[in-house]
Design a protein around this ligand. Structure first.
Ligand SMILES: *Cc1c(COP(=O)(O)O)cnc(C)c1O
Length: 228
């Protein structure tokens, strides 16, 4: 059976290959290893193979895992990539480094209020529903700029960019282009001094097209840890 280390290697070479194809620098794409449903020991194995950024979907599962890996806490960046309900914002504000799934101002406001003073600002992305009717998560593209502008004002959050989770039935490349177009429409924000450097898109099956279309962070689960 392939080890986590060898699968990580394979994913990194897929990213590098896609970068080469479109003349992008290989270090312009960050790899987020999505460890949902896998045990803390699998995360540790990936860590030992050099991986430092991990994504989780379920708040309680993540909190338990972060606790179990407390000895690595200062070296790991933890990203929440699953839906966030308002009754979970406090633990998320206290535990995570990034949240990719901001789709309502109320959630962002709570996270900002609850982010502890001793931690750096929480890094956030606005989740965009590029799939239209087929997916319920995320804000509609035409509402994205208003939400992003409001989020950018919150003192304890730092807006980094946009994220999308296309429905499985969608054409991935079309979705990647749609997300990039939303990011490009934020030029007003960008020119006012904010660095929106993050396009969070691409998973195990569509990593190549995401990188070709400009992804800066791919979120890879099964290709690293195995089938869930
Ligand atoms: C599970 C998940 C991923 C990883 O998906 P794989 O197909 O296993 O690579 C990426 N992003 C989100 C939001 C997810 O929920």
């Amino acid at each position: 059976m392939a080890t986590i280390a060898s699968k990580l290697q394979l994913v990194r070479s897929r990213i590098n290959h896609a970068c080469l194809k479109v003349h992008r620098a290989q270090d312009s794409v960050r790899l987020l290893a999505v460890s949902k449903t896998f045990a803390a020991e699998a995360v540790r194995e990936a860590f030992e193979a050099g991986q430092r950024c991990f994504g989780e979907n379920y708040v309680q599962e993540a909190v338990d895992k972060i606790q179990a890996l407390a000895d690595l806490r200062s070296q790991i960046e933890w990203h929440l990539i699953g839906p966030l309900q308002s009754n979970k914002t406090r633990v998320v504000a206290e535990t995570f480094d990034w949240v990719h799934t901001i789709d309502r101002l109320k959630i962002a406001q709570r996270l900002s209020e609850q982010r502890p003073e001793h931690l750096p600002p929480l890094q956030v992305c606005v989740q965009i529903n590029t799939s239209g009717e087929t997916s319920k998560s995320g804000v509609a593209p035409h509402e994205a700029l208003a939400l992003a502008q409001a989020v950018a004002q919150l003192p304890r959050l730092r807006l980094r960019g946009v994220m999308a989770l296309p429905a499985p039935s969608d054409d991935p490349r079309e979705q990647h282009r749609a997300l990039r177009a939303v990011r490009d429409s934020f030029n007003d924000l960008i020119s006012s001094g904010l660095t929106l450097d993050t396009l969070s898109m691409g998973m195990s099956a569509d990593l190549e097209s995401a990188v070709e279309e400009g992804s800066s962070m791919v979120r890879i689960g099964s290709a690293i840890f195995g089938q869930r």
